[in-house]
Design a protein around this ligand. Structure first.
Ligand code: SF4
Ligand code: SF4
Length: 184
């Protein structure tokens, strides 16, 4: 049974750090797919996914580019662990003024993962398709569209107020008249 709410598709890429071998095929594929013309170059600096080494845990961490921010964070920390320094922003996906990551190298414009939206659509994002160890897994979930729910609630509250003021029958008659005049 359907609840009548509008649905939206939420796209996710699940990362399994235990499977990532740091081959960077995902970076190459992403940059090639987004080159203009498509596949005309492979430059990881143009990739919207970058693989960062986490020495502490001895793993590679693929990070996808998120939103651009015009101001860098304040109060960033640097941690020293076993004599090695780790910056708080090492694993951040934001394109920001504090570093060169996720910026188009020629123009300096921010890069953002688009989940490989294309026309016609591709079956799975490119980074997922090329990952040789299934470290990246594409997932699509269907969720209620919260906005639609809010609109419906607003409409119901409005109708309830009108019914209280004028009586339900009068409101229904008015709606019937409106729908007849719209058809005509
Ligand atoms: S392609 Fe897969 S295994 Fe290779 S670096 Fe990217 S996520 Fe890791
Ligand atoms: S989903 Fe597409 S745009 Fe996003 S990082 Fe992967 S290949 Fe790049």
């Amino acid at each position: 049974m359907t609840d009548g709410l509008k649905k939206k598709i939420v796209k996710e890429i699940k990362v399994d750090l235990d499977k990532c071998i740091g081959c960077r095929a995902c970076e190459v594929a992403c940059s090639a797919f987004h080159a203009r013309p498509k596949y005309s170059s492979t430059n990881p600096a143009r990739s919207r996914i970058r693989v960062v080494i986490d020495d502490l845990n001895d793993v590679y961490v693929p990070i996808r580019a998120g939103d651009y921010t015009p101001a860098e964070c304040t109060g960033r920390h640097t941690y020293a662990i076993n004599g090695k320094e780790y910056r708080e922003c090492s694993f951040c996906g934001v394109s920001c003024p504090a570093r060169d990551l996720f910026k188009e190298p020629d123009s300096g414009l921010p890069l953002k993962c688009d989940m490989c939206e294309d026309d016609p659509p591709i079956p799975e994002p490119m980074c997922v398709q090329v990952c040789p160890h299934d470290a990246l897994v594409y997932i699509e979930r269907e969720e209620d569209d919260g906005e639609e729910e809010v609109h419906r609630e607003e409409m119901e509250i409005g109708l309830e107020a009108l019914a209280k003021k004028h009586g339900l029958q009068k409101v229904m008659d008015a709606v019937a008249r409106m729908s007849v005049s719209k058809k005509g």
